[in-house]
Structures are given as C-alpha cells and as structure tokens.
Design a binder for this molecule. Structure first.
Ligand code: HEC
Length: 182
C-alpha cells in the first residue's frame, strides 16, 4: 500500500510545479526559441504614428487664423467628393447660407426674413481668394478664424466631409461666377 501513496505525493508535487504551463514549457528548448525571439515586446518601443493619424480621442488637427493657410486639401474635386459635399452642405449650411451660397437661407435675416443675423455670402470674390484651409478652419471652428457669429461645426462635420464641403463651396463660387446658381 506504500507505492500508490508515494506516486500520489509525486503527482501532487508535479501539479504544484507545473501549475503555470508558461513556466515549464520554456524549459523545453524548442519552445524557448519562441519565447526568446528578436521581436519587439509589447510597448517596448514607441513607434511614430503614421502621418495624418488622428488620435482616438477624436481631436483632429485644428486650425487657427495663422496655421489655416498651410492646411492642404486632402480631397480632390471628384464628383464623389462634390456629391458628398453637397449632401453635407444641404444638411448643415443651407439653412443659413442658402442653396446657392448667397447668404439667403431660410433662417438668415435679410430678404427671407429669418432671425439669424450677419450671415455672409460664400460666393464673394473676397472668399474665393481665400485658401481652402481658411474655409476648412471656419467649418471646424469659426471662432478661432475670427468668424465668431457662426456656430461651431467641428463636432458635426467630421473627417473628409470637411474637405468635401470646402470643394462644394468652391463649386458654388464657380457657379456664381459663371452666372449660374439659383
Ligand atoms: C446658423 C447659421 C449658420 C450656419 C448653419 C452656417 N453658417 Fe457659416 N456663417 C454664419 C455667419 C453668421 C457668418 C459670419 C460670421 C462672422 O462674420 O462672424 C458665417 C461665415 C461663414 C464663412 C466665412 C465667410 C467669409 O467671408 O469669411 C464661411 C466660409 C462659412 N460661414 C461656411 C459655412 C459652412 C461651410 C457651413 C456648413 C457647415 C456654415 N457656414 C453654416 C452663419 C452660419
């Protein structure tokens, strides 16, 4: 009756030693090479983020009056971009700036008799000469661009929608120049 007991004790010891397979497995040569490889351990090296990366906190590159002109438009004026820009414009901007961008939207004060004061036309020569970055800056944060009477849209219009909107404003300006626009 001695033997089974000794075997049981040996098993118990083995169970305690072997309870973490990770501690045991790397004693076997072949597994050790997997553990001690030349890869980077998690968090052991900070990699520089890919250019244009937006932090997960959602703070996209913001603009102010000085840096806005240096922002580059990341969206070419394809029909896809313009269609998207038109949709975003009609969703957020038309109420004030009007269908053709003349500053005569349904809620703008002036001819239409709305209540919102000081709405500007988007199809002036003066604005046409401003950079894409300037218009982008007004969309993101009008206050920072010296256009404090316009509400804040940086939290509503996000990502590439902002540049698509800039592209669409350019289209409205071109239409106004060619005598189009309703
Ligand atoms: C609730 C009304 C309102 C809405 C909606 C609105 N704006 Fe404006 N916008 C204004 C007012 C008012 C100004 C003039 C602000 C000032 O001079 O302080 C302005 C100014 C601007 C300017 C600057 C024009 C210049 O001559 O410098 C741009 C560009 C512009 N808006 C674009 C947009 C775009 C794009 C949208 C849609 C996201 C939009 N706005 C939505 C009221 C509005």
């Amino acid at each position: 009756m001695r033997r089974p007991r000794a075997a049981l004790a040996a098993l118990a010891v083995l169970a305690v030693v072997a309870c973490n397979p990770d501690d045991v497995v790397h004693h076997v040569g072949w597994f050790a090479t997997m553990r001690h490889q030349r890869s980077f351990k998690p968090y052991s090296r900070n990699l520089a983020p890919v250019p244009g990366t937006v932090p997960v906190t959602g703070v996209a590159p913001t603009a102010d009056l000085k840096s806005a002109d240096r922002l580059t438009n990341s969206r070419t004026r394809t029909s896809e971009s313009l269609n998207r820009g038109k949709f975003v414009y009609e969703t957020y901007c038309l109420v004030c700036h009007g269908e053709a961008g003349k500053g005569d939207g349904p809620i703008a004060s002036g001819p239409t008799g709305g209540f919102f004061p000081a709405v500007r036309s988007l199809v002036t020569d003066q604005l046409a000469k401003q950079s894409d970055g300037y218009i982008y800056g007004v969309i993101v944060n009008a206050q920072a661009m010296g256009r404090g009477l316009m509400p804040h849209y940086g939290d509503k219009v996000r990502g590439t929608d902002r540049w698509d909107l800039v592209n669409y404003v350019r289209t409205l300006q071109a239409q106004a120049r060619s005598g189009g626009g309703r």
